[in-house]
Ligand binder design. Structure first.
Ligand SMILES: N[C@@H](CCC(=O)N[C@@H](CS)C(=O)NCC(=O)O)C(=O)O
Length: 200
């Protein structure tokens, strides 16, 4: 398998964490690329031009981190990151949506702040910031649900918090979310998280 990724993408990081947690490192070649430089090789395999994208051994390409994570989870005999059914499954998928949703809002904010100042929208930046704050508020009340075995909900949320630190470091989310901060301090020490920390 070949993974197209960038060092700064929180979605690609999520997949690299999944690869490490599932012990699939030997089966995946890493192909570093910058989607914002519009590489033709990436556009050829993913019409959306986004990372992560995963080429499977038979040549099929999967994109979107949720689809890739689901595929990799099924591919390794290690304990499932996505429970197969029941309430636990929906809880994990919901946590994944919460983590990815924080990431979506944070990425949108970062992209907006790279536009010329006069063109930036205060309306959208406020809206994204408040979505992040509301999601963190919910997370703070549900943190005990995360303090169990490793699963995709934790990974998605861990990568979202890592991205906030990386790109929106002025936003001191720890102060108003101490339980989440405590959980993340521990989760960020996992070898899979340490090995995939963001780099410019
Ligand atoms: N929902 C997608 C989002 C992927 C995504 O937006 N990746 C960004 C990097 S952080 C990208 O490649 N952006 C390039 C672009 O928007 O042109 C996923 O979960 O994989």
């Amino acid at each position: 398998m070949r993974l197209y990724y960038s060092q700064t993408s929180p979605y690609a990081r999520k997949i690299r964490v999944v690869i490490a947690e599932k012990g699939l490192e030997d089966q995946v070649d890493l192909n570093l690329c910058n989607p914002f430089e519009n590489p033709e090789s990436l556009r050829k395999i993913n019409p959306l031009g986004k990372v992560p994208a995963l080429i499977l051994p038979e040549g099929t390409v999967l994109y979107d981190s949720r689809v890739i994570a689901d595929y990799l989870d099924a591919r390794s005999p290690r304990p499932a990151l996505i429970p197969p059914n029941g309430a636990k499954r929906w809880a994990v998928l919901r946590q994944q949506a919460l983590g990815d949703g924080i990431t979506d809002a944070a990425v949108a904010m970062v992209m907006e702040t790279r536009r010329p100042a006069a063109q930036q929208s205060t309306h959208w930046k406020t809206r994204w910031q408040s979505a992040i704050e509301r999601a963190l508020g919910v997370l703070e009340t549900e943190i005990s649900d995360l303090q169990r075995d490793s699963h995709l909900g934790q990974i998605s949320i861990g990568c979202a918090l890592g991205y906030l630190d990386f790109r929106l470091s002025d936003f001191d989310w720890r102060k108003s979310h101490p339980k989440t901060a405590l959980w993340y301090a521990d989760f960020a020490q996992r070898p899979s998280m340490r090995a995939t920390a963001h780099e410019e």
